[in-house]
Design a protein around this ligand. Structure first.
Ligand code: NAD
Ligand code: ZN
Ligand code: ZN
Length: 395
């Protein structure tokens, strides 16, 4: 079959790879009809190169039709239309019983000490071939795949694999008080949906990005926006909008590849409350660029507020302004989405004909798998209006 494979930084190709087959009683094989390209794929595309092996099959946002199931899989059958959650969880271990599906103890990759195995996330998360491919082997399929109704187009459901549960969890973890304000840094797919979910739940979202098409998309869903490229200090703008205190909650939907922000000044500002020896070290740390949005989150949140990190940070992030966090009394919650935990909240919303979250207005590009390298390129460069690219392996 054809699959999108990694060969080096910014070098992905569509190759012939062996067809997947049922290897265990709990496996299923899915014929993939749609597969998203995610901001998390961009980390693999460029930054996390040392953790990849040439030929790794990427992709973790797949849906399709069940082709075959192992004998222990009973809730789905060949011919069913299903969405596949990006984390692979067993549904019955200590963590899964508590809804912590991203920490499943059955599939966790113990050598690396990481959480649940993930599709298409290389040896960092279990070397499970991903779903940007014609077919996908789904381990733990007695639990994972979510059946969806026939009829509406794939984009109404495919985002249950990652984008929607991640955005829902971002809002849950933000713990916004009733009617309160929540700033969302990053209006990629995750930030777009987090902002819409926040609005749907009666909060007051403020979305921040630097890409005009992304700001425009948020605006047409009724989200107040700030173009970070137009302001020296977005935290001042946030404070103006929130009675001078800062936002009740802040969501980071950017992660470690932030760009375009006045990093040095921000670091200086956060560092100004630290002893000089530490602030010098802070300013000279090579990794400081990676923390720029995290610093802005810390600056934007009000005292006693909450920061919810859904953006991914890798490796060591040092230094963190602990004094500022402690003094402001900030709570921080983070981690990978426990996808299946939020499906009961989300399914009624995506199945609703009136489309309350506007899921039909997120996909900007659909293309055959053969064009996936182009899809990665425009999504990473944020060119051609690319906000969410869906691959269609059988189109
Ligand atoms: P994306 O790359 O499309 O979105 C990132 C957005 O941040 C872009 O719109 C970009 O313009 C914006 N941005 C960059 N620098 C900025 C700055 N300084 N200020 C404001 N905005 C800035 O990706 P996405 O698919 O929306 O994913 C967002 C993040 O969420 C990624 O880090 C991804 O890995 C992560 N993610 C986490 C989970 C999880 O389970 N926690 C799941 C999916 C994705
Ligand atoms: Zn994803
Ligand atoms: Zn489990």
């Amino acid at each position: 079959m054809k699959a999108l494979t990694w060969h080096g930084p910014r070098d992905v190709r569509v190759d012939d790879v062996p067809d997947p087959r049922v290897e265990s009683g709990t496996d299923a094989i899915i014929r993939v009809t749609s597969s998203g390209i995610c901001g998390s794929d961009l980390h693999l595309y460029e930054v996390l190169g040392p953790f990849l092996d040439a030929g790794d099959v990427l992709g973790h946002e797949a849906m399709g039709v069940v082709e075959e199931t192992g004998p222990e899989v009973s809730h789905i059958a060949p011919g069913d239309r299903v969405v596949v959650p990006f984390n692979i969880s067993c549904g019955r271990c200590w963590m899964c019983e508590r809804g912590l599906f991203a920490q499943c103890e059955t599939t966790q990759v113990s050598e690396q000490g990481s959480g649940a195995a993930l599709f298409g996330y290389t040896r960092l998360y279990g070397s499970v071939p991903g779903g940007q491919a014609e077919y996908l082997r789904v381990p733990q399929a007695h639990f994972g795949p979510v059946k969806v109704p026939e009829g509406p187009p794939d984009e109404q459901f495919v985002y249950l694999s990652d984008v929607l549960p991640t955005a829902w969890q971002a809002v849950e973890y933000a713990d916004v008080p009733r009617g309160g304000s929540v700033v969302i840094f990053g209006l990629g797919p995750i930030g777009q949906m987090a902002a819409r979910i926040a609005r749907h739940r009666g909060f007051q979202p403020i979305g921040i990005d630097i890409v005009p098409e992304r700001l425009n998309m948020a605006q047409r869903h009724g989200i107040r926006t700030i173009d970070a490229s137009e302001h020296d200090d977005v935290a001042d703008v946030v404070r103006e909008l929130t009675d001078g205190r800062g936002a009740d909650s802040v969501i980071d939907a950017v992660g470690m590849e932030a760009h375009g922000s006045p990093v040095a000044e921000l670091g200086q500002k956060v560092a100004s409350v630290l002893p000089e020896s530490i602030s010098e070290r802070l300013m000279s740390t090579a990794g400081i660029d990676r923390l720029s949005v995290l610093y802005q989150c810390i600056d934007c949140v009000r005292r006693g507020g909450t920061i919810s990190l859904s953006g991914v940070y890798g490796g060591m992030a040092d230094p963190i302004p602990m004094l500022t966090l402690f003094d402001k009394g900030v709570r921080i919650a983070m981690g990978q989405a426990h996808v299946k935990r939020w499906i009961p909240d989300l399914m009624p919303l995506v199945a609703d004909e009136s489309d309350p979250l506007g899921v039909r207005d997120l996909t900007t590009h659909r293309m055959p798998l053969a064009d996936a390298p182009h899809g990665y390129d425009i999504f990473q460069r944020k060119e051609d209006g690319a906000i969410k690219v869906l691959l269609e392996p059988h189109s």
